[in-house]
Design a protein around this ligand. Structure first.
Ligand SMILES: [Zn+2]
Length: 53
């Protein structure tokens, strides 16, 4: 478990932990396209695949 390079992104004034730069980039794109509501709705019903490398 590596935490020293922990990633996070501020979403609606809340710091959200990101598992990797890939997820960080995806979430930034979602926010830029104003799709956060859809993303959060999907996230609540779909378990993301976690790759621990
Ligand atoms: Zn990730």
């Amino acid at each position: 478990m590596r935490v020293k390079n922990a990633l996070s992104l501020c979403v609606r004034d809340v710091s959200q932990p990101m598992c990797c730069h890939g997820c960080l980039a995806i979430l930034q794109t979602i926010i830029q396209n104003d799709l956060l509501d859809e993303y959060l709705a999907n996230k609540s019903t779909v378990n993301p695949v976690v790759n621990n490398d």
